[in-house]
Design a protein around this ligand. Structure first.
Ligand code: C2E
Ligand code: MG
Ligand code: MG
Ligand code: MG
Length: 288
């Protein structure tokens, strides 16, 4: 009868919820364990000058070396980390590790001291009052000039808490840290606030770069580049996969880019070989 069926449904629902809750709990446990025992690794993707191919820096992209599931991409845990607030200690660790790494590379390759490292921030990070002070402490510890660090923030993050975000950005900017708007063109772009933001660069989301065949995307990319130039900002294209895209972006006035055409994100151990090649190329250039 209805009464019994109701009860049975209740039991099934309850046990599904129970399984979900257990999974969530397990993930949270694993994540805390991973933070504690440093199972996270930072990969570095080259950011280059589109015209010369010369290296201008790296974007730090986190991965999780999971003990049973292998190397996990950020897409599989960033949302969870944001929901639970565990993104704050994670990003703080990424910032520290990336700066430590950059210091090491600079000491081995003094000619490459112009290189900048970009880190990604989430909305939760900005709510953390110590954030800027922590960054400045790390820069001091690593003897890095503040312009070596760039922060990538998405449009939606910027608008979420516009007042506190503006305050943070103004302070970071005054401290000499660079700021980029990430995935530009995918958020609720309110152009009216853009000129008020103390940002240095716009990063064109790869969805406008990859399907270059689609005329609409070309128009969007072209509009973003023009806008960025008019605001006096640098433009960095994401997802540059072919030489054709590189040329097309250059023609539109975009100066910098990253993507599989230049190199995917690499573990830190593979970066010195790249810096070695870069240094040799610079020397060749100086001699000629
Ligand atoms: P994002 O900041 O927009 O980073 C660019 C993403 O595009 C990276 O994915 C990169 O590997 C990928 N990519 C680069 N070039 C190409 C290309 O030519 N083709 C294609 N198809 N993809 C390319 P990844 O590493 O999986 O990171 C995904 C997102 O996770 C990032 O997007 C960023 O929003 C977030 N994320 C990564 N690391 C961190 C972190 O340390 N903290 C925070 N809060 N978020 C992070
Ligand atoms: Mg980014
Ligand atoms: Mg991006
Ligand atoms: Mg993206």
């Amino acid at each position: 009868c209805a009464k019994n069926r109701g009860k049975a449904q209740y039991v099934i629902f309850d046990s599904e919820m129970h399984i979900q809750a257990l999974k969530q709990l397990q993930l949270e446990n694993d994540f805390r364990h991973a933070l504690r025992y440093t199972e996270f690794v930072v990969y570095y993707q080259p950011i280059v000058n589109l015209k010369t191919g010369g290296l201008v820096g790296f974007e730090a992209l986190v991965r999780w070396q999971h003990p049973t599931q292998g190397l996990l991409p950020p897409g599989s845990f960033i949302n969870f980390a944001e929901e639970t607030g565990l993104i704050v200690p994670l990003d703080s660790w990424v910032m520290y590790d990336a700066c430590r790494q950059l210091r090491e590379w600079r000491s081995h390759f003094p000619q490459q001291e112009h290189l900048r490292i970009s880190i990604n921030l989430s909305a939760r990070d900005l709510g953390h009052p110590q954030l800027l002070e922590d960054m400045q402490d790390v820069l001091t510890e690593m003897q890095l000039p503040p312009h070596c660090l760039a922060l990538e923030l998405t449009e939606s993050l910027l608008i979420e808490n516009i007042d506190s975000t503006l305050r943070f950005l103004a302070q970071a900017k005054a401290a000499g840290i660079h700021i980029s708007i990430d995935d530009f063109g995918t958020g609720y772009s309110s152009l009216s606030y853009l000129h008020q933001l103390p940002v240095d660069a716009l990063k064109i989301d790869r969805s406008f770069v990859i399907p270059m065949q689609a005329e609409r995307n070309q128009e969007i990319a072209s509009t973003i580049i023009t806008l960025s130039r008019q605001l006096g900002l640098r433009t960095i294209a994401e997802g540059v996969e072919t030489n054709l895209q590189r040329q097309w972006l250059l023609n539109l006035g975009c100066t910098f880019g990253q993507g599989h055409f230049f190199g995917e994100a690499l573990p830190a151990s593979e970066i010195p070989a790249l810096l070695c090649r870069e240094t040799l190329m610079d020397e060749d250039f100086e001699m000629s």
